[in-house]
Design a protein around this ligand. Structure first.
Ligand SMILES: C[S@@+](CC[C@H](N)C(=O)[O-])C[C@H]1O[C@@H](n2cnc3c(N)ncnc32)[C@H](O)[C@@H]1O
Length: 90
């Protein structure tokens, strides 16, 4: 987190400790490329959460899958597996 690059967050200064307050915008239009979900989270937020809280080789599960933002973040980070669960088949 300290050495990562987070250009979407104007509050994160390069090579300084991660702050406890993050500045991340609502989902970008590109996040909604495959359809809209009413409570979709920003991909940049989930990428940071998954990177901060998992290691390579881990299995990440989101039992409230929604539009699969956590799964996309896992795929982008790589070297992790993902299990998504949702009561809504759509
Ligand atoms: C807040 S949305 C998830 C949004 C997701 N994090 C994203 O970024 O798109 C919550 C999801 O949980 C699902 N859900 C709610 N209660 C559930 C339950 N008891 N079991 C499985 N899925 C559930 C809903 O269908 C909905 O898609």
């Amino acid at each position: 987190m300290k050495n990562g690059r987070f250009p979407e967050d104007p509050m994160k200064i390069a090579d300084t400790q991660m702050r406890s307050v993050w500045s991340i915008s609502t989902p970008a239009p590109s996040d909604k490329e495959f359809g809209k979900h009413p409570t979709q989270k920003p991909l940049s937020l989930l990428k940071r959460i998954v990177a901060a809280s998992t290691n390579e080789g881990d299995i990440i599960s989101d039992p409230f899958n929604g539009s699969v933002t956590t799964g996309m973040a896992t795929k982008i980070l790589g070297n992790r597996q993902y299990i998504g669960i949702d009561m809504n088949l759509e």
